[in-house]
Design a protein around this ligand. Structure first.
Ligand code: SAM
Length: 245
């Protein structure tokens, strides 16, 4: 069986897929994750969904080259979860898109999630939106990963149907803060989490200094908000340095 080489980010996602699961990868691009799950005999069946023609063709080509692809894989063109029939997948992966787009895909296809046992989501930005969606829709966050690849920091969020509020209970930080920080990432306090928030602080510091040169009347108010945000991040970073497990 041929080898499929995938990024560390996709490997981390694959590690969260239970053995034998039927996995749908939505927005699969070249279907590398789906191929890896088959070749490594992690998934028993994969569905690769793609909205756009170019990546859809690339996914078909990739999957067709695998042995016994016809029995074990299906490549489908369509928007989000619309490519799925209810009950067809045990696990849904959506990776490499913004949190807002991921949430809109989940929202638009919520009826297709009936019977799905696990969501593995990797938002490029807007992780908070995804955690909030879990909380509001009965999905319990059960694991989080943070990793760095090619200088980019990624977060992977895993949820199962269950007690959505549970990960936010009995913690020192408020629910609102934990939706931003990630309850598991906060408990683990890996150095990479500090690096992520350091970068966030640098981003806001740049915005602040460009606003300082602005003479728009609304600039002062915006600067105050950003100043508050930077203070919160400073406190988060100080805490991460102090409470290393
Ligand atoms: N999931 C792969 C990964 O993480 O490496 C590919 C990520 S790629 C940046 C995002 C892919 O999602 C693109 O191929 C794009 O065409 C597809 N896409 C965007 N919106 C989509 C939607 N609503 N439904 C299905 N696919 C979508």
């Amino acid at each position: 069986m041929g080898l499929v080489t995938i990024s560390k980010r996709l490997q981390t996602i694959a590690r969260y897929c239970p053995k034998g699961a039927r996995v749908a990868d939505i927005g699969s691009d070249h279907a590398l994750l789906a191929s890896y799950l088959l070749v490594e005999e992690i998934a028993s069946y994969v569905i690769a969904g793609e909205l756009n023609e170019g990546p859809y063709q690339a996914a078909r080509k990739q999957i067709d080259a695998l042995p016994r692809a016809r029995d074990r894989a299906s490549v489908r063109k369509g928007d989000g979860l619309a490519v799925l029939a209810p009950g067809e997948a045990d696990v849904v992966c959506i990776a490499g898109m913004g949190g807002q787009l991921i949430v809109s895909i989940l929202e638009a296809g919520i009826d297709k999630l009936e019977g799905v046992q696990r969501l593995i989501l990797q938002p490029n930005v807007g992780e908070e939106l995804v955690r909030r969606w879990f909380l509001q829709n009965g999905w319990q966050l059960v694991a989080e990963s943070i990793l760095q690849e090619d200088g980019i920091i990624y977060e992977i969020l895993v949820a199962t149907p269950g007690e959505a509020a549970l990960p936010y209970e009995g913690q020192q930080r408020s629910r609102e803060e934990l939706l931003r920080l990630g309850p598991f990432l906060w408990a683990e306090k890996q150095p990479l989490l500090g690096e992520k928030w350091q970068r966030e602080k640098e981003k806001w510091t740049k915005v602040l200094s460009s606003l300082e040169r602005s003479d728009k009347p609304e600039a002062a108010e915006r600067m105050q908000q950003i100043q508050k945000e930077i203070e919160w991040i400073d406190e988060v970073i100080a805490c991460l340095h102090m409470d290393k497990p």
